[in-house]
Write a new protein. Structure first.
Length: 381
């Protein structure tokens, strides 16, 4: 998967990950980019998130994104903030750009200082690895992910939009996912991009849940080299499509997951309540366990609707499992064996109509398996 015009990338193994797999990477633009950003609202946000948010507020243009995996550089005190700033400065020196033109992102274990000697050596060696290929970069950002997550779209102007993401556990974002990066050469007004970005994030990455835990490192961003004139509406539609596809990939690759869980909510008072209800349902450990066991236990959906604290008309409330209506103001007769059999597949879909309005929203999650417990029981040992 090739990067759009104006971008190149490099990746290598700096020995930050114990596995020895690639763990340090960069995307470099040949000129300052139009960009938009969202970072976790966690009060334990990593230093990379805090620094990027400050750069975003100052409206500087950026040219590079430097990422390390294997170490989140979170909960590391003032030293961790200094390490993050030094990492950006070192990259700027090697890339011959300003430090304020370098965004950073770190993911991995929390509470450990970055191995800065390894980071320095890795940054110095990146120059020999640049190409237009996105795949080495998208592989190097992974941690517990089983598969890389990449999406590409070509617009009517010939402009490209490519995106990659990482995230498998600690996924219940309050802005974006752990990492999601989109690059395009389509021109778009920065003010319009930024004013639209948070809404797109809310409908995509904020609608993903794996385990109910919000990461310290969540970041989503889009960078445009702005080479090709393209209808703005088309750019924003494509951006949302790319981000939605990446969000679904993250949910499907949830730690230990065997199924994608999709929850469609209609009949809500407004979009915010629709999304809140959908994500509450998708995050229920009880429902996720039922999905794993092919159990059409719709009572767990009703429970989750109730604790979402959104407006609902229970006399009109409808619930369907795999297209089979099981509740409409009251329990309905249905073939439990047939619905259970229909749930024994790669994606299980619940449709819920709240009966109070016209708004809709979708959330994505995954089933809860023994594999999730095993992965996280052994994460640091």
């Amino acid at each position: 998967m090739l990067l759009p015009q104006g971008f190149k990338a490099a990746a290598l193994a700096a020995q930050i990950k114990p596995s020895g797999k690639p763990d340090l990477c960069v995307v470099l633009a040949d000129k300052p980019c139009v960009w938009a950003f969202a970072g976790t609202l966690s009060t334990a946000a990593a230093s990379s998130v805090t620094r990027n948010r400050d750069l975003y507020a100052s409206s500087v243009r950026v040219r590079a994104l430097l990422v390390n995996a294997g170490n989140a550089n979170a909960a590391t005190g003032k030293g961790g903030f200094a390490d993050n700033a030094e990492m950006a400065a070192r990259a700027a020196l090697e890339l011959e750009i300003k430090a304020t033109e370098v965004l950073t992102a770190s993911t991995g274990i929390i509470g450990h200082r970055l191995p800065m000697l390894k980071v320095h050596k890795g940054i110095a060696a990146l120059e020999g690895h640049f190409s237009s290929d996105l795949e080495p970069f998208s592989d190097a950002i992974l941690t517990t992910d089983l598969v890389p997550k990449r999406v590409e779209k070509v617009l009517s102007s010939g402009a490209k939009m490519v995106g990659c993401a990482k995230g498998s556990g600690m996924i219940h974002p309050n802005m974006a996912t752990m990492f999601a990066f989109v690059f395009t050469d389509a021109f778009i007004n920065e003010e319009n991009l930024r004013s639209s970005f948070q809404g797109i994030v809310n409908r995509t990455f904020n609608a993903v849940t794996v385990d109910g835990d919000t990461s310290t490192s969540d970041q989503a961003m889009v960078l445009s080299s702005a080479y090709l004139e393209t209808p703005e509406t088309e750019v924003l539609v494509a951006l949302e499509e790319v981000m939605r596809d990446l969000a679904k990939m993250i949910a499907k690759d949830g730690e230990g997951a065997s199924k994608l869980l999709t929850v469609n909510v209609t009949g809500a008072f407004d979009e915010k309540e629709a999304l809140e209800t959908a994500r509450t349902i998708a995050s229920s450990p009880l429902l996720k366990s039922a999905v794993y066991g092919n159990d059409p236990n719709w009572g767990r959906v009703i429970m989750a609707v109730g604790r979402s604290y959104t407006q609902v008309n229970y006399e009109l409330l409808e619930v369907s499992v795999q297209g089979v209506r099981v509740f409409k103001g009251a329990p309905l007769e249905y073939d439990k064996v047939a619905v259970s059999s229909a749930m024994n597949t790669g994606e299980v879909v619940f449709d819920v109509n709240l009966g109070v309005g016209e708004a809709r929203g979708t959330a994505w999650g995954c089933d809860l398996t023994e594999g999730y417990v095993q992965i996280n029981a052994e994460y640091t040992t």
